[in-house]
Design a protein around this ligand. Structure first.
Ligand SMILES: Nc1ncnc2c1ncn2[C@@H]1O[C@H](COP(=O)(O)OP(=O)(O)OP(=O)(O)O)[C@@H](O)[C@H]1O
Length: 373
């Protein structure tokens, strides 16, 4: 098993050229003169994304604003040129070749993904239907394979960075290359972790140097697939102190047949095999993102009520006692993609979406994120 991609036929010099060209043409523009802002599409750590219409051409587009206070020109040019460089892939967000600045922001334009992002359509504690999750997973796997072939690592794979053109995921695209790095580049872990952070990074000492590798994306992709299929995170963080991660690790490290951790029992043997390879604690043992493609023909989730989900529920030597397991399940339930679910139940469905976006649903995902420089 190896996560090495096919060799790239393109040169990183292209990126240098793109950056230079963008830097030389980065005009100061008064936004309201050229664009009418329709609404805010999203907010991130370093800025915001607005839906706008070009006043003359009438084209709808998404403008990404990076605040000058927190993003320097070099980082902006990097994100812009990497996004441009990767945008020929049909599963990566298209760039419109427009970049400019105001006094406060650096800005670039992208195509507008009219159905929002993947996070917003995952029903908490339920997940998407298998067919939809696989359709989405297939496109993300191809996008990852593409950028890995170009020797780049995304480093921020999560549902918020998978943009949708329809809610059934017939067309999805990977976005947000603000963290992307060349494979092999040394980075330092600065702070924090999220559920998608691979264990080698979560467990690195603060400021410890690590080498960027494709396997970081593969791990995050495995977590993303779990979230998409279940509406839960598999763990809060891939740390020994996290009981869900610990239980998963026990299962991963045991010779098979080993007891399947509680929250993984809904999956078929084929799906478990795939998860085991995507989420191997040892980075070199992780498979490539594209390896998921050959598993899409198998059934991944067991039919509800088939009795199959009782599989491995029997106590086996070394598995946690039932009370401990129940506690794990309870904690897991609190750790859903929508911690505010209870309060929202009384609200109308329309309001729920708004509340989820504005307050509750991103709590876990908004936990301190991995920032490497
Ligand atoms: N092209 C687009 N079309 C529609 N919505 C978009 C588009 N780009 C971004 N968004 C929305 O805006 C959100 C934030 O965008 P993005 O991830 O690019 O910002 P960021 O500052 O890099 O975020 P983070 O700090 O979380 O990485 C996305 O999760 C998505 O909901």
């Amino acid at each position: 098993m190896s996560s090495s991609p096919m060799p790239s036929r393109t040169s990183p010099d292209v990126l240098e050229e793109l950056q230079l060209h963008a830097a030389q043409n980065l005009e100061k523009v008064e936004i309201s003169r050229y664009y009418e802002v329709i609404r805010e599409l999203g907010k991130g750590t370093y800025g915001k994304v607005d839906l706008v219409v070009h006043r003359i051409r009438g084209t709808k587009m998404a403008l990404k604003f990076l605040c000058k206070k927190t993003t320097n020109l070099r980082s902006f040019l990097r994100e812009y040129s990497i996004s441009l460089y990767l945008s020929p892939c049909p599963f990566i967000i298209d760039m419109l070749g427009i970049a400019f600045q105001t006094d406060e922001y650096y800005i670039f334009a992208q195509e507008y993904a009219l159905a929002g992002d993947l996070f917003d359509i995952i029903p908490p504690q339920v997940g998407l239907p298998e067919v939809v999750a696989k359709r989405c997973g297939r496109q993300v796997a191809v996008a990852l394979d593409y950028l890995h072939c170009k020797k780049l690592v995304h480093r921020d794979i999560k549902p918020e960075n998978v943009l949708l053109f329809d809610r059934e995921c017939h067309r999805v695209k990977l976005s947000d290359f603000g963290m992307a790095q060349w494979a092999g580049a040394p980075v330092r872990r600065v702070s924090g972790t999220i559920p998608y952070t691979a264990p080698e990074l979560s467990q690195a000492a603060p400021w410890q140097g690590i080498c960027v590798d494709y396997s970081l994306d593969v791990w995050a992709f495995g977590v993303l697939l779990f979230c998409t299929l279940t509406g839960n995170f598999p763990w809060e963080a891939a740390l020994p102190s996290d009981p869900f991660y610990q239980e998963f690790l026990r299962w991963q490290r045991r010779p098979s047949p080993a007891p399947v951790p509680t929250q993984w029992r809904r999956f078929s043997d084929e799906a478990l095999h795939t998860f085991r390879r995507l989420l191997s604690p040892e980075p070199p043992c992780r498979c490539a993102a594209r390896d998921v493609l050959s598993q899409l023909g198998c059934r991944w989730t067991l039919p509800e009520g088939s009795g199959e989900d009782a599989r491995d529920a029997r106590a086996e030597p070394g598995s946690p006692p039932p009370e401990e397991e129940q506690q794990l399940v309870d904690r897991m339930k609190q750790q859903t993609l929508s911690p505010a679910a209870d309060e929202e139940e009384e609200e109308e469905e329309e309001n729920q979406a708004v509340v989820a976006v504005e307050t509750g649903s991103r709590v876990l995902l908004a936990a301190p994120i991995e920032i490497c420089v």
